[in-house]
Ligand binder design. Sequence first.
Ligand SMILES: NC(=O)c1ccc[n+]([C@@H]2O[C@H](COP(=O)([O-])OP(=O)(O)OC[C@H]3O[C@@H](n4cnc5c(N)ncnc54)[C@H](O)[C@@H]3O)[C@@H](O)[C@H]2O)c1
Length: 254
Amino acid sequence: MSQRLQDKVALITGAASGIGEACARLFVAEGARVVMTDLNVAAGERIAAELGDRARFIEHDVSAPEAWAVVISSIQAHEGGLHVLVNNAGILMPGTIEQTSLEQWHTLMRVNADSAFLGCQAALPLMKTHGEGGSIVNISSIAALAARDDYMAYGASKGAVAALTRSVAVHCRKQKYRIRCNSVHPDGVLTAMTRAAYPKDMDDALFTIDSDPMNRACRPEDVAQGVLYLAADESRAVNGIELRIDSGQFIMSI
Ligand SMILES: NC(=O)c1ccc[n+]([C@@H]2O[C@H](COP(=O)([O-])OP(=O)(O)OC[C@H]3O[C@@H](n4cnc5c(N)ncnc54)[C@H](O)[C@@H]3O)[C@@H](O)[C@H]2O)c1
């Protein structure tokens, strides 16, 4: 049986941990050549080495425009093309509208939203050249869809990612690029990010998650399966959607 990402080149940001790492592992298992990027060089290089010849790590700050140019030209030189971009790197910071400083707002916007904009803009020219089509998957959040008073700026940054995704999807369709763009909206995934923000909730979730698949928390691998679907050709008719991976938490909250 052929693998779902056979002969595809994928770039995954924030791949040294959590959801990005799970995507890198799954993509390699499904036959892709994966370029993993992150600020965390030690973890990124260790995981890439573990994954073997089909994974390569590049140090990369996703909020820096010049760093995107370096990554894209490295992919052009080494892999010769790009089929899949997963804009995954991100940070979480708490704060209500009354607690959040302009500096914190800008930091969240830069790392979470500027990065998706820069990634789409940098990747499109290379994705267009081989004419085989492509898929961009932007990792947003349930926080883009449901109000989180305590993570106001984070939610706003992820809302920007969702809106950006729709515009890119429509643009690529109008231009007949055969490049799709979709967003993924997880909630409560057990990663370093949530462990730091909700230590008590995550400890409780760890005990129940495997005995109750509809428990609120999920594992990075659950999100990676959704990203794989959107990356692969089997979702070729899926464009501009918001894929919620949240065990139904969103619909319970509205
Ligand atoms: N964990 C959740 O419950 C959850 C829910 C919804 C959305 N998300 C989103 O999923 C994505 C992955 O989060 P995670 O939970 O796996 O977190 P994580 O902290 O485990 O991984 C995030 C990775 O991004 C990297 N990173 C941070 N800033 C960077 C930068 N400027 N440049 C390059 N890399 C950078 C980190 O070094 C880290 O390796 C994020 O965009 C996050 O907002 C997570």
